[in-house]
Write a protein that binds this ligand. Structure first.
Ligand code: ADP
Ligand code: ZN
Length: 732
């Protein structure tokens, strides 16, 4: 843990660097430094970023110590934040330097402000310009006042940097030293919220009280989509802001819509800070600094916003807390939901986990009293849940390459007649999941992965969903050489779109699938168009399940409700349940009309998951899931960790895995079991052969230190990658 203090010039200090070497001793620079101060340090001939951690560790010649080169112009990272990074590193078995790197990923941190150059308008633009120049000027006009770096501006305009330089030379634009960042407009927590319904008021009162008390606590806020959860947690935000503390609302990336930001503005009179992959480097930098100075009251962001250096964080909301996108499975493996709880507990802050379909983990934590649970029992106002029914595909006589049953066709036609929208949900991107040669039976596969390639007809390519590799759709089978027998098998959303066009020739259909949008902005525009009513039939993957509000949507048809039910993953049932519930919840009621309707096409209408969705008996579903997990000693009753090893040479990775499994003493000492090594479910990705091991232990077992002790003595062969995933969400 860091040790807080101030260290005068020349004092021996420990600096946590962002390099693999980790902690190094330096001498404090001129003027001294405080714990948490970000600094630039010499390392050999290089200059690296570090954070002052405390007293020097000692252990080598003081005469050889080098002084810190200079302070970075930023607030010191607060002590509770440093502590959070240390605990998160310990929990996820991530090296501290990587953690710090993640927390300092604001662009240009190491550049003094005077060295940052930004472009501003200067003088009147000429009336005639080349198209490229006009594009640059348009970006400037669209982002009034934002000072972009030349390269960033060029990138936003989709032109070369020379175009920007040309405009500077012509005097239309000027390049100058970046001014200090402006604070965000203050949100006003005293503005009145909407008058709340009884359940909402009870929940809001509880949260306000908890925030006033200024202690850590977690609340699971449960209620179907539209029950008014957002309205409730905005009350918690108001209380937090009124106390002068900062608040963070995490949303799944895709739910970060202009609609949400406008809602915040309507409530508090100004827009919050935004943090996600769609914001510019300039905004990213500004928000990072303002969070540290306490000059942004509310941040709305994707999972990585949790690693912003808030000066005084009093509330974290995790909306759609069950959502998979909160789990990062890359470089640092973490669950933003769990890390939110950890962070709040370091900072005497409150956590609100909001969901219509909570994760089993949160459900159990609430049942065991670790979390408080608040339920909003009905949709706000008189709206109800949609009517749910199964369409038994066994009785519908669908021909081989049709997926919309006659019953579903009739239901869609009824909406078309009334000018309402329908959503057809199929969680499969592309045209067809499999392309097979009818002569030899060979399926088109990826050269680099053990995965089938998926036809994407809009691009006219086969695409590997593992590595992104593409190739033309072959006309001749690469295996047997027979021509013109390659055929698509099974439906994807693009193929479904063809069927929709054939069944409803006069309807306007829109496909919503992540691969069809080149930018977050393009996707948002399409979603806004749909919300506006510009389409009759939406055909979508799980992209549509999340948080969008389509007011004219009254019918949801799930094309293949059986899709997620199979599979070895212990979370298959939970996931399927959450996803279908979420999708079905998109169907609303028109004023004065009957409730919306959700129809599930299935071959197994008696499957427990399908029955739970249809009956609306969530509690018994979760209880059954929970007791199944308990009996098996699986999370959240037991603990799991996943180990993935990969290497281009299959024997290298297999040998190393075997060796590890023979030396699993430290795991057995804490009562943990080691399963595997076994080929990972996708046994090869990008040419790397993958082997998986799973570790299962009792809930209280010190699994992290056991894994660390187990792995430490064994140096992996060159180019072998080993990742540890504590609490894995999937069994990749
Ligand atoms: P959830 O977050 O549970 O999906 P929301 O908070 O988004 O629900 O509420 C659904 C809709 O109902 C929104 O349009 C919201 O503005 C409206 N609403 C919720 N609570 C109230 C209230 N107390 N008064 C007026 N409108 C409300
Ligand atoms: Zn591939």
């Amino acid at each position: 843990m860091p040790d807080p203090g101030f260290f005068p010039a020349g004092h021996r200090i420990a600096v946590l660097t962002t390099e693999p070497v980790g902690m190094l001793d330096y001498l404090a620079p001129e003027g001294g430094v405080a714990t948490g101060q970000l600094v630039i340090c010499p390392l050999g001939p290089r200059r690296i970023i570090g954070a002052v951690w405390g007293e020097g560790l000692g252990g080598f010649d003081a005469a050889k110590l080098r002084p810190v080169q200079r302070r970075i112009d930023a607030e010191p990272l607060p002590p509770d934040f440093l502590e959070f990074l240390a605990r998160a590193a310990e929990y996820t078995l991530t090296p501290m330097p990587l953690m710090l790197r993640m927390a300092t990923r604001a662009p240009d941190l190491d550049k003094p402000p005077a060295a940052r150059r930004v472009i501003t308008p200067s003088g009147d633009p000429p009336t005639r310009m080349t198209e490229a120049r006009a594009r640059v000027m348009q970006v400037i006009a669209d982002h009034a006042g934002a000072g972009f770096a030349p390269s960033e501006l060029a990138q936003l305009a989709g032109v070369g940097t020379s175009v920007v330089k040309g405009l500077v030379a012509a005097g239309t634009l000027a390049e100058m030293a970046a001014p200090r960042d402006l604070p965000y407009p203050r949100l006003d927590p005293s503005l009145p919220g909407k008058p709340l319904a009884v359940d909402q008021q009870t929940a809001a009162d509880h949260l306000r009280g908890a925030i006033r008390a200024g202690r850590y606590g977690t609340t699971l806020l449960r209620g179907v989509t539209g029950s008014g959860k957002t309205e409730v947690y905005l009350e918690a935000v108001a209380e937090c802001l009124a106390k002068g503390r900062q608040a963070l609302v995490l949303l799944p990336e895709i739910a970060l819509s202009a609609e949400f930001l406008d809602r915040v503005e309507a409530r508090f009179g100004a827009q919050p800070g935004e943090w996600h992959s769609g914001i510019t480097r300039t905004e990213r930098r500004r928000l990072w600094h303002m969070a540290g100075r306490g000059e942004v009251g509310l941040v709305v962001g994707a999972r990585s916003a949790l690693f912003l250096p808030f000066r005084d964080l009093g509330l974290i909301v995790v909306d759609e807390e069950h959502d998979n996108s909160y789990k990062q499975e890359d470089v640092v493996f973490y669950s933003a939901r769990d890390m939110a709880v950890l962070r709040a507990s370091m900072s005497e802050a409150q956590v609100v986990l909001a969901s219509a379909t909570p994760s089993l983990e949160s459900w159990v934590n609430a049942a065991q009293g670790k979390y408080q649970r608040l339920d909003l029992r009905s949709r706000y106002g008189e709206a109800e849940l949609p009517d749910m029914a199964a369409i038994d595909l066994r009785a519908e006589n669908l021909p081989g390459s049709r997926w919309i049953s006659p019953s579903l066709v009739r239901a869609v036609q009824a909406r078309l007649a009334k000018g309402e929208q329908s959503l057809l949900f199929l969680n499969r991107r592309g045209y067809a999941p499999v392309t097979v040669c009818r002569a030899c039976g060979q399926q088109a596969g990826c050269d680099q992965c053990d995965a089938r390639m998926v036809e994407h007809r809009f691009q006219n390519r086969l695409v590997c969903h593992q590595c992104g590799e593409t190739k033309p759709v072959p006309t001749t089978c690469p295996e047997c050489g027979v021509a013109d027998r390659m055929a698509p098998v099974g439906p994807g959303v693009e193929r479904l779109a063809e069927e929709v066009a054939a069944c409803f020739p006069d309807a306007k259909a829109t496909v919503l699938s992540s691969d069809l949008f080149h930018s977050a902005r393009a996707l948002k525009e399409t979603i806004a168009e749909i919300a506006h009513g510009d389409t009759d039939i939406i055909i979508g993957t799980q992209l549509v399940a999340k948080g969008h509000n389509f007011p004219r949507l009254t019918l949801v048809g799930v094309i293949d409700a059986d899709l997620g039910l199979q599979g070895a993953d212990m979370r298959a049932a939970e996931r399927s349940f959450q996803l279908m519930r979420q999708v079905a919840g998109r169907a609303g009621r028109q004023p004065g009309d009957a409730p919306g309707q959700a129809l599930l096409q299935t071959h197994q209408p008696d499957h427990p998951v399908i029955r739970a969705i249809l009956s609306g008996e969530d509690e018994s579903f979760w209880d059954a899931e929970a007791s199944g997990r308990q009996a098996a000693g699986m999370p959240p009753y037991g603990r799991l960790a996943g180990i993935i090893l990969s290497h281009p040479d299959p024997s290298v990775v297999a040998d190393f895995a075997q060796m590890l499994s023979r030396h699993a003493g430290p795991l057995h000492e804490v009562g943990a079991e080691l399963w595997g090594p076994a080929p990972a479910p996708i046994a090869r990705i990008r040419g790397r052969h993958r082997i998986r091991m799973l570790i299962r232990a009792a809930r209280q077992a010190p699994i992290q230190s056991a894994i660390a002790d187990w792995l430490a003595p064994h140096k992996p062969p060159t180019n072998l990658r080993l990742s540890v995933d504590i609490d894995p969400q999937s069994f990749y």
